[in-house]
Design a protein around this ligand. Sequence first.
Ligand SMILES: Nc1nc2c(ncn2[C@@H]2O[C@H](COP(=O)(O)OP(=O)(O)OP(=O)(O)O)[C@@H](O)[C@H]2O)c(=O)[nH]1
Length: 429
Amino acid sequence: MFVDQVKIYVKGGDGGNGMVAFRREKYVPNGGPAGGDGGNGANVVFEVEEGLRTLMDFRYQRHFKAPRGEHGMSKNMHGKNAKDMIVKVPPGTVVTDDETGEVIADLVEHGQQAIIARGGRGGRGNSRFATPANPAPEISENGEPGIERNITLELKLLADVGLVGFPSVGKSTLLSVVTAAKPKIAAYHFTTLVPNLGMVETEDGRSFVMADLPGLIEGAHEGTGLGHQFLRHIERTRVIVHVLDMSGMEGRDPYEDYVTINNELKEYNLRLTERPEIIVANKMDMPEAEKNLEEFKKQIDKDAVIFPVSALTQSGLRDLLFAIADKVAETPEFPLDHEEEDLSVNRVMYRHEKQAAEFVISRGPDGAFELTGSKIEKLFKMTDFTREASIRRFARQLRSMGVDEALRERGAENGDVVRLLDYEFEFVE
Ligand SMILES: Nc1nc2c(ncn2[C@@H]2O[C@H](COP(=O)(O)OP(=O)(O)OP(=O)(O)O)[C@@H](O)[C@H]2O)c(=O)[nH]1
């Protein structure tokens, strides 16, 4: 199977920070707490867009950071939640977490969505920390950080466009020049893996997959030597591009060639002849080509769409590609014979975010105790270190998680340095 693959980075938006504020009303000297909560950060959401055929767009943008929630405000006004960031992906995109190797989503049908990186919730304002014992708390939380992850997108490529034609008419040459879109960013795992399949990108940014279907003429309909995968390519093909050699070299007649190949297609599978067809009159740079093309036009159906080109000098290709892209866009998919079977495995999977250790203690090169772990780091990021009360709350949280206990067991003593992200504090027994 030919696979288009790209690695990207996604990050959900951080929650907005909660606010510390108090009511200020006339004649009320000590108004109660009035700091609003922060809004939730946006999720990064992938959505299937059936018009997309490849992962080509991800070559240009590989970082997706969703916006953060609005901060809480005074007078108990909550910050607004940020709107989800919607990223369009082609049908058939499988998303894997690089760290765990786990499949996060398998996106198939148009409009289907999956949350790929959750936004953080908004931090609570001080109103929410009021208790009878502490009616005017100076505590608020910062927003929860959004989930960030490095992921791989994979798309199994099936050809939208199939090139047919006699040997030596220039199919491979044509394919190689139109798929010349060499990756502009080296890290993009561009997969023109096999010489007879490639992605084509038109100047106006549309893309489709084009395959040379060489085996067709050599008794393909008898099923000799063609793998199942290859047959799928043919059947999926939405547009047939019929390449003809207009040079008339080797005594061949373009019209005869055309009829022969069409008969082959019919014999292989009648459904193939239902596909829209574009005729490419190739090798127009050759001396006899113009004359042969005129002859050919007299013989063929008047409605036939013919594009005179030269794969060699690369003339006429731009218009040809636009025409193919239009046809691909306007032609519905042809269901595969074994579609049902394939669909049964194609469902979206939502997995729980992994439950990592709450905290881990290690020793730095200078002997300091270092705390790491997703839960403890999240608590840290949600603490407003400009306020004593918030810092004390953080210390209480660490104690209740058992961090103090664990540090003591690891031999921490009064005055030892404990480090957490970019923050250092002294251990106090
Ligand atoms: N003059 C001229 N020669 C061309 C053109 N396109 C292809 N050729 C030549 O025609 C020959 C056959 O081209 P290929 O691209 O290998 O043809 P093919 O249809 O892929 O042939 P198979 O691989 O046998 O199926 C090569 O020598 C090409 O250089 C063209 O536009 N003009």
